[in-house]
Design a protein around this ligand. Structure first.
Ligand SMILES: *Cc1c(COP(=O)(O)O)cnc(C)c1O
Length: 387
């Protein structure tokens, strides 16, 4: 038999063992974790919508009419009116022809590549892209070409030297999930067009948060469907519900419906999720104060951290990592914070490159400045002996 136990032991020794904490409450900045209330800085519920009363009510009302399970795949009889309406809402919100719902962001990314690329094609990806994009390139068998983080010159050079007739797709996180900085999408879309390549953005951490109405990084940068033909974003983060969508041209969406195996061969998500998502989208569009408050908190956090001389990354988003480099040191710091009632995730390889383990602080519109004070004061106390 395989010696799984010694492999697990090795992980433990390397500080790479992962442990699930049990949350016994709704999402919020003060969840009950392992039986104890903590102040949380690790959720992706950036706008504080995951436990919003109106969204919960929309969900419950939809369950009353539509039940819980969807019963089958979208192409059999699982595609409800609620899914259909939600897709239309997403298309209008993002200014794209059409949108298509998926049960998870992971699957949406697999669907894009498996419908568009084959063995002879090329996927160009930022080195720091989310694991689901990397896996998406692997599942379709395309050649995966990685460029240095946000290095658009290297991307242009790599595309330039590829003279084949094969299809090319440039894929990037919009907001990098573990670093918090944004892709230089204006330049990436320009380069892609110049080299007859498609361009796709995964806006999991920008959707809901960035842009005037919350439509994400593409709205903020004013990039059209023609400039960035493939938009994917998730609904389980700022939107506070679950699932994901792909938005783009009629032909793109029809191609996904016809060809994407991760779309075709899976049961549709519960219709009530779509109802909850529509309610959340309406709040996102109407309540700009959530984005404004989040931005204020981000600025406040960075100012306070500058005061204690702990280096942050160049991020203007809700993701504010503190890199320590060492796996065990990161884990120890996270444990020490937890003992004082503050929960910050310890992110280690392979989620981030070896040697760049970090505390991933995330902020939410549901935080108050006094919460940030608590975190910064503790870090000030712990940090010197960590260096
Ligand atoms: C979270 C995330 C995903 C996966 O989305 P799920 O809906 O959680 O499966 C994909 N891409 C990025 C950049 C993410 O952060």
């Amino acid at each position: 038999m395989f010696d799984l136990n010694s492999e697990l032991e090795n992980k433990r020794r390397a500080g790479l063992f992962r442990k699930r904490l049990i949350n016994n409450s709704a999402q919020g900045v003060r969840p009950t974790i392992d039986g104890r209330q903590v102040l949380s800085f690790c959720s992706n519920d950036y706008l504080g919508l995951a436990n919003h009363p109106d969204i919960k009510r929309a969900f419950i009302q939809a369950v009353e009419s539509y039940g819980v399970g969807s019963g089958s795949a979208h192409l059999i009889n699982g595609h409800s009116q609620l899914h259909h309406d939600c897709e239309q809402h997403l298309a209008e919100f993002t200014g794209r022809d059409q949108a298509l719902l998926f049960s998870t962001g992971y699957m949406a990314n697999l669907a894009i590549t498996s419908a568009l690329l084959g063995r002879h094609d090329f996927a160009y990806q930022d080195k720091l892209n989310h694991a689901s994009l990397i896996d998406a390139a692997k599942i379709c068998g395309a050649r995966l070409v990685r460029y240095r983080h946000n290095d658009t010159e290297q991307l242009a050079a790599l595309l330039q030297e590829n003279q084949s007739e094969s299809r090319k797709l440039v894929m990037t996180d919009g907001v990098f999930s573990m670093d918090g900085d944004c892709a230089d999408l204006t330049e990436i879309s320009r380069i892609s067009a110049r080299h007859q390549s498609w361009c796709m953005v995964d806006d999991a951490h920008g959707f809901g948060v960035l842009g005037k109405t919350g439509a994400g990084l593409l709205e903020q940068l004013e990039l059209s469907q023609q400039q960035v033909p493939i938009l994917m974003a998730t609904l389980g983060k700022a939107v506070g519900t679950a699932g994901a969508f792909v938005a783009g041209s009629d032909d793109l969406i029809e191609t996904l419906i016809q060809q994407a195996r991760p779309y075709i061969y899976t049961t549709a998500s519960p219709p009530a999720i779509a109802a909850a998502t529509m309610c959340s989208l309406a709040i996102i569009e109407q309540e700009a104060w959530r984005r404004e408050k989040l931005q204020e908190l981000i600025t406040y956090f960075r100012e306070r951290m500058a005061g204690i001389d702990v280096e942050l990354m160049p991020s203007n988003t809700a993701i504010q990592p503190i890199v320590t480099g060492d796996n065990n040191r990161t884990l120890e710091l996270s444990n020490k914070l937890m003992r004082e009632g503050i929960h910050v995730g310890a992110i280690r390889p392979p989620t981030v490159p070896v040697g760049s383990a970090r505390l991933r602080v995330t902020l939410s519109a549901a935080h108050e400045k006094s919460d940030i004070d608590q975190l910064v004061n503790l870090l000030a106390r712990f940090y010197p002996d960590q260096q």
